[in-house]
Write a protein that binds this ligand. Sequence first.
Ligand code: SF4
Ligand code: SF4
Ligand code: SF4
Length: 317
Amino acid sequence: MATLTISAEDEKRVKALGFLSNKGTDNFSGRIITVNGKISAEQMVCIGEAARLYGNGTVTFTTRLTVEVQGIPYEKIEDFRTFIEKEGLVTGGTGSKVRPVVSCKGTTCQYGLIDTFALSEEIHKRFYEGYANVRLPHKFKIAVGGCPNNCVKPDLNDIGIIGQRIPNFDEDCCNGCKKCTVEQVCPMNAAKVVDGMLEIDEELCNNCGRCVGQCRFDAIEDGQTGYKIYIGGRWGKKVAQGQALRTVFTDEETALKVIEKAILFYREQGKTGERFSQTIDRIGFDRVEELLISDEILSRKQEILDASLHLVGGATC
Ligand code: SF4
Ligand code: SF4
Ligand code: SF4
């Protein structure tokens, strides 16, 4: 067996840069951040070349849409970083902080209700890059899904955003047809004709928007774009399903502010080593929701960022 020569201190230092030790060797996997899982052809070629020049030629894709180049010797780490920088690529994605954002392909998907790539890129800029030096109690994962099909499992992330289309039903246009096309198209059985009028059960409706434009009498001509936000999900050693905030936000900026408030709240109120779901359980969902809706946390943003907290975070991977 090869003798390992990298000190624990050096291993920790490069881990913070996104280089994870390949077990039993002096080599590392360099974790490249893809912003939201979308890279250009030039970046793809650059990663391939970097894998041949500095690694062992193998590239792996992680569940959180980063790309890892395996087998990079410790002494080649800096050259590797410089090489991929020419295509605007950086390494990272470790530690007790906001982790790389995950997005579904809602921008191009036939079911997509929001531009997931644009939104996740904005989240990446504001909260992955913008909060890169903000220490949190543990890792903090964000996912953006384009519709309630939940392909990227937003509700199993600390924060999950799901695109919505809230149907705009005009009762005056409804004729209570025997065969209602809206009823037929609704995958949730939320739309039903009752006593000569269509009714949408808000408890069942997931705002998938499939009914929009389906009524031949224009009873649902359009719908409002929205953002549903789940908080406190996690997947791993322990599992928790996120809980949706009761408000469906109809404005992107408001939704982004809720994300920022959640991160600040977690930094201030979370105990080191505690995941966001545990902080929410300890403080109570209703109280957390109230704080995420109000502007109190954002008004103390600088104070929360300046506080000396979580100098050693709880994340181990
Ligand atoms: S969650 Fe919806 S928009 Fe996103 S990939 Fe799945 S079906 Fe498409
Ligand atoms: S929503 Fe349209 S299709 Fe359905 S009952 Fe009303 S008018 Fe008829
Ligand atoms: S938005 Fe979707 S779930 Fe809601 S009534 Fe329309 S089709 Fe049904």
